[in-house]
Design a protein around this ligand. Structure first.
Ligand code: OOG
Ligand code: MG
Length: 265
């Protein structure tokens, strides 16, 4: 991956993203100003954002894969998966109330999350390696919130915006991966009691463990490893659904229980 933008542009773009994330306002996608920006430039901005958050005392708790299902790729008009980082400040407990005033235009999506017990690294990690290094899997809801106007972006911009990461909630029943077929886990997403999306986990690259392997490969390209004890989200199974204050969301998973959250101002 080749970074093309000078360091001062990376820092300037990072400050733009950081402002939009922390104060919840939308900005034009970065490629409007930098049409030749590369994927590597996007990751350089994201890495700078991670460095700043950690310097401010945020704790890195894991990583997320994004755009790993056809439903998500079609919805967002992007055909290559991406990764982003997760911090303690983004984590919310199950059944919690999530404030919409801290977010621009939140959407929810259902994901299978992995908790690892061994370090994973390198370009050759396979889905089987991921499963062997996984302590348990659990159901999750990710609340994504693109900082770009109209929730419209390209891959370079969304990577810089840390894959639209905003909040995440793990819950339900944690299970050992060996006791499940990770490809055939069904999920139904309900918004205010009505089913609004459904799917099966194979929608995520054939097996969500493949998404985690992809994530480790991308980390390798960035010179990073996935430490033991990481919380990893494998990517939305269905398209993401817009939410607003007053909404109640439940993701019901086969074999993994359900996860609920509410939204308020
Ligand atoms: C990018 C983030 C994608 C997923 O699960 O696919 C993502 C976006 O759609 O805003 O988190
Ligand atoms: Mg996601």
């Amino acid at each position: 991956m080749t970074v093309t933008l000078p360091r001062e542009d990376i820092v300037r773009l990072c400050e733009r993203i950081e402002g939009a994330q922390t104060r919840a306002y939308s900005i034009p996608k970065l490629t409007d100003e930098f049409p030749d920006m590369t994927i590597a430039d996007g990751y350089a901005v994201q890495s700078e954002l991670r460095r700043r958050f950690i310097a401010q005392g945020h704790r890195l708790v894991g990583w997320k894969a994004g755009l790993t299902s056809k439903a998500k790729m079609e919805q967002m008009g992007v055909s290559v998966p991406s990764i982003g980082f997760l911090t303690d400040r983004m984590a919310r407990p199950e059944n919690s109330v999530i404030s919409t005033s801290d977010l621009v235009h939140p959407r929810v999506e259902c994901e299978v999350a992995f908790v690892t017990s061994q370090e994973l690294s390198g370009p050759d990690v396979t889905a089987a390696d991921v499963i062997a290094a996984t302590d348990y899997v659990l159901p999750a809801i990710e609340v994504i919130d693109s900082r770009f106007t109209g929730f419209k972006f390209d891959l370079e911009s969304v990577i810089a915006d840390n894959g639209s990461s905003a909040r995440f909630v793990g819950g339900g029943r944690a299970r050992r991966p060996a006791d499940l077929d990770l490809r055939t886990l069904g999920v139904v997403l309900e918004l205010n009691g009505e089913m609004v999306a459904m799917g099966a986990s194979a929608a995520v690259l054939g097996n969500p463990a493949e998404a985690v392997a992809m994530l480790v490969h991308t980390l390798h390209e960035l010179g990073e490893k996935l430490p033991a004890g990481s919380f990893v989200m494998s990517g939305g199974i269905t398209e993401a659904i817009a939410v607003r204050a007053g909404d109640q969301v439940i993701a019901r998973y086969q074999d993994l229980g359900s996860v609920s959250i509410r939204f308020a101002e």
